[in-house]
Design a protein around this ligand. Structure first.
Ligand SMILES: Nc1ncnc2c1ncn2[C@@H]1O[C@H](COP(=O)(O)OP(=O)(O)O)[C@@H](O)[C@H]1O
Ligand SMILES: [Mg+2]
Length: 273
C-alpha cells in the first residue's frame, strides 16, 4: 500500500454477547491475510479479551500495558506473524475505556497512528452492545460489521445498536451478517427482516455480508485453539467465511482513506479538538 493510504478500520460489533464476534473477526482477519493484505486484529473487548486464546498464541504485552507503562516501545505490544496476521491483545485487565484518562487516551492514539500506515486493514473485536464507552470508538471507524444470530433477542439487540449509532452518525456504513443459521434461509430471512426494519424506521440501507452456518467445527476449533479457517479448511463455516471476505474486499470504497482520519475523528469525538 502507498504511504499516504491509511488502513481501513472495521469494527465487529453486536447487540447481544456470545454471537460469534471474536471467532468471526479472528478468522476474517486470517483470510484477509491470505489475500496478501496486511492485517492487524485489535482486541477491544473490555475486560474479556480472548483473541490470543482463539489464535493459540501468547504475547507478553497487551494494549493496557502500553497505555499504563511509559517505557514500552509501541512495536512490543503488536504480536506479529500469527497465522499471517498481527494482533494486539486486550488482556484480561483492559479497563473500561470511559475510565481512561486523557494521557491514556493519547497513548492509545499513538498506537493507532503507528498502526494506521503499517496495515491495510485493522479489525477491532468489540465487546457486546454500544455503550457510552465504546460509541466514540465505533464512530471513528470506517465501517461497522454488525453480527446477529437468528434468535429474536439477538435481532432486537442488533437493531437497537444500529439505531444508537445511527442517531449519532447517520452516514456510518453498516454491514450485517447472520451467524449460526441452521438453514441458509433462516439466515437470509433474519437479514432481510432487519434490513426492512432499518429501512422503515431509520431510512437507511444496510448491506448484507451474508450468512454463516451453525457448524460444530467452530467449537472444536475453539477447544483446539486453532482458528477454524486453519484447522478446518473444508468446513461449512470456513467456506462461508471465504465468500464473506470476497464480499468485503470486492465492494467499492465507502470513503477516501488518506492520512490519519481515524485518529483525527477520534480526537475530535473525545476532546472536541
Ligand atoms: N457458526 C457457529 N457455529 C457453532 N457455534 C458457534 C458459531 N459461532 C460461534 N459459536 C459458538 O459461540 C461461542 C461464542 O463465540 P464468540 O466468537 O466468543 O462470540 P462473541 O465474541 O460474540 O462473544 C463460541 O465459542 C462457539 O462455541
Ligand atoms: Mg468476543
Amino acid at each position: 500500500m502507498s504511504d499516504s493510504e491509511a488502513a481501513k478500520t472495521i469494527a465487529i460489533v453486536s447487540g447481544k454477547g456470545g454471537v460469534g464476534k471474536s471467532n468471526i473477526s479472528t478468522n476474517l482477519s486470517i483470510l484477509l491475510g491470505k489475500e496478501n493484505k496486511k492485517v492487524l486484529l485489535f482486541d477491544l473487548d473490555i475486560g474479556m479479551g480472548n483473541i490470543h486464546i482463539l489464535l493459540g498464541s501468547h504475547h507478553s504485552y497487551s494494549i493496557m500495558d502500553y497505555i499504563e507503562e511509559k517505557e514500552l516501545d509501541i512495536a512490543t505490544v503488536i504480536c506479529e506473524n500469527v497465522h499471517g496476521i498481527s494482533y494486539i491483545s486486550g488482556g484480561n485487565g483492559l479497563k473500561n475505556i470511559v475510565e481512561w484518562k486523557e494521557k491514556q487516551m493519547e497513548r492509545f492514539f499513538e498506537v493507532m497512528e503507528y498502526a494506521i500506515h503499517k496495515y491495510d486493514y485493522i479489525l477491532f473485536d468489540m465487546g457486546a452492545g454500544a455503550t457510552k464507552e465504546t460509541l466514540e470508538f465505533l464512530l471513528a471507524m470506517d465501517e461497522i460489521i454488525v453480527v446477529t444470530t437468528p434468535e429474536p433477542t439477538s435481532i432486537t439487540d442488533a437493531y437497537s445498536m444500529m439505531k444508537y449509532i445511527y442517531l449519532r452518525d447517520g452516514e456510518k456504513p453498516f454491514y450485517l451478517l447472520c451467524n449460526r443459521a441452521e438453514f441458509k434461509n433462516e439466515g437470509l430471512q433474519t437479514i432481510t427482516r432487519l434490513q426492512e426494519t432499518v429501512r422503515k424506521f431509520l431510512h437507511k440501507e444496510i448491506v448484507s455480508l451474508g450468512v454463516l452456518p451453525e457448524d460444530s467445527a467452530v467449537r472444536k476449533a475453539v477447544i483446539h485453539q486453532t482458528p477454524i479457517v486453519v484447522g478446518y479448511p473444508a468446513s461449512a463455516m470456513t467456506l462461508s467465511l471465504h465468500t464473506m471476505v470476497h464480499r468485503l474486499t470486492g465492494k467499492r470504497e465507502s470513503r477516501d482513506r488518506k492520512g490519519t482520519g481515524f485518529v483525527k475523528t477520534f480526537r475530535k469525538l473525545f476532546f472536541g479538538r
